[in-house]
Design a protein around this ligand. Structure first.
Ligand code: B12
Ligand code: SF4
Length: 435
């Protein structure tokens, strides 16, 4: 059997000892890390399954966020998942494994949107989704006829053919919160988002029975596992979400998901979600400054909903589901008052969590094109593209002010007093619910 390594390289970060932001102190680095959901990157488990099915490979999966990479191990085939901030490390590892005699494949988001760059470092690159192309590659590779590029047209993969991910390969320390994807796509098309360059415009769902099988498989490796439904927007297809929740409501499952704010306007859906075990949703609120939201997504959905943000968050949280709001600081309409506005918004709404990022134009997005055209990109060193490190010149403030403000927002919302206030709010909401 040939040895195949499916590898998710870690993001090296902007400097040797700074993972997220080159200017900020180490305690803020730790806070950013603590605020993150730790999840083993799920795409490689799909490729693992398809490779296992050929019965020709001994498959190993490594996500460097969870496992140490043993550089003494030898493989015939090494395939890596790339996002923009791990691309440079992936290229370095590609050179290393090629020198060791391995055949190297690169895929995932970054290799898809920067294929001309990625191809210089790999024997083969896989553009886009790979349910159809990876098995073809494996056949070609077996016959020594592998092509340089395999490319999947956008939006054509039928998710009924997406195999059960090889959850059994997950390392022990990655079995607490496990990713399951139930659909691909999102109706909004935000300017800063890479989704459409990977999945196209269509919204595609998996069959409920297949999702159910995936949940059962996760429970087999850890009966207490929590599930993170990684769909980019779980509740945007109401019927699919309801069928899913009906199915899982008997399971005593705890689960998290990503959503847009329209979830907060649908009390029936919120109650079903709570009942079926949903305890946190991550929502891209993007900005506490409404001027930024106009035109941020295709139909200005976020701009139209801004006036209701607070009441919609209250609807969700009062039912016992914590909202993690995601914010981008340094958008084009932001001046220095955005920091106080963001702090006030977060404290006011008693958001369960806040994911504070800075405006980062990822290649392949409309935002990236606009920043290139305006000559505002400060560096093309992908290690700096962590979403917590300024890489463009903000319009209405300096980079220094953006960093100072970022620090202040993080310190304020994470102060022990503010965390205590928030926890008291949740205790009160939950005790009211029980009455
Ligand atoms: C869940 C999730 C996470 C989880 C898990 C990590 C992960 N990458 O999945 C967590 C919370 C840890 C996370 C962290 C980060 N994430 Co994230 N994440 C997602 C999300 C919402 C869903 C991914 C998912 O569930 N995939 C399910 C699998 C089955 O689908 P898939 O990944 O598309 O896999 C298919 C293809 O891509 C391909 N493929 C996948 N792996 C491989 C490997 C090889 C070798 C090959 C050939 C092909 C291939 O084939 C698969 C089957 O068709 C995506 C959005 C998205 N849909 O991609 C963002 C996304 C990948 N994340 C993003 C970002 C920015 C990050 C972070 C950098 C944020 C940060 N600073 O921490 C880190 C990077 C960490 C990392 N190693 O990926 C961006 C990446 C943009 C970019 N250009 O880099 C995305 C695209 C979000 C967006 N809307 O723009 N993320
Ligand atoms: S709502 Fe979220 S997933 Fe959908 S396009 Fe916007 S950023 Fe991407």
């Amino acid at each position: 059997m040939k040895r195949l390594l499916l590898l998710v390289p870690k993001c090296d970060g902007p400097t040797e000892n700074k993972k997220w932001n080159e200017y900020l102190s180490n305690d803020i680095e730790d806070l950013v890390t603590q605020n993150m959901w730790r999840i083993f990157t799920p795409g490689v488990l799909v490729l693992a399954k398809l490779a296992e099915e050929t019965k020709m490979y001994e498959v190993q999966v490594v996500d460097e966020e969870f496992q140490e990479l043993d550089m003494t191990e030898k493989y015939e085939l090494v395939a890596m998942y790339t996002v923009t901030p791990n691309a440079k490390r992936a290229y370095k590892l590609a050179e290393y494994y090629k020198q060791q005699g391995a055949y190297v494949v690169l895929g995932g988001v970054h290799a898809t949107v920067c294929s001309d760059e990625a191809i210089k470092h790999a024997d083969t690159i896989m553009i886009g989704e790979t349910e159809y192309t990876w098995p073809i590659f494996l056949k070609d590779y077996k016959m020594n006829m592998a092509k340089k590029i395999y490319s999947q047209p956008l939006g054509e993969v039928d998710l009924d053919y997406s195999p059960m991910p090889s959850f059994h390969l997950l390392p022990e320390n990655a079995r607490k919160l496990v990713a399951i994807q139930t659909a691909r796509g999102c109706p909004h098309g935000c300017k800063f988002c890479n989704l459409r360059s990977l999945y196209g415009k269509q919204y595609r769902t998996k069959k409920i029975e297949n999702i159910d099988k995936e949940i059962q498989a996760v429970k087999q490796i850890n009966p207490l596992a929590m599930i993170y439904f990684t769909d980019d927007n779980l509740f945007c297809h109401e019927e699919h979400a309801k069928l899913l929740m009906q199915k899982i409501s008997t399971y005593n499952l705890t689960w998290y998901a990503n959503s847009d704010i329209s979830f907060g306007a649908n009390m029936e859906l919120i109650k079903m979600a709570y009942k079926s075990g949903c305890r946190q949703v991550l929502i891209g609120l993007e900005s506490a400054n409404s001027a930024n939201l106009k035109g941020l997504d295709e139909n200005s959905f976020k701009s139209r909903n801004y006036v209701n943000y607070k009441s919609l968050i209250e609807n969700i949280q009062s039912c016992g589901i914590g909202v993690i709001g995601s914010f981008i600081l340094g958008l084009d309409e932001d001046n220095e008052d955005i920091f106080d506005k963001t702090i006030d918004f977060i404290l006011d709404t008693k958001l369960y969590g806040a994911n504070i990022t800075v405006n980062t134009p990822y290649p392949g997005t409309l935002n990236f094109k606009a920043m290139c055209d305006d000559n505002r990109i400060l560096t093309y060193d992908w290690n700096h593209y962590t979403i917590f490190n300024p890489v463009i010149k903000p319009k209405k403030m300096t980079v220094e002010k953006l960093n100072e403000g970022y620090l202040r927002v993080m310190k304020t919302i994470n102060s022990s007093q503010n965390i205590k206030n928030k926890m008291n709010y949740f205790k009160e909401k939950l005790s009211n619910k029980e009455k």
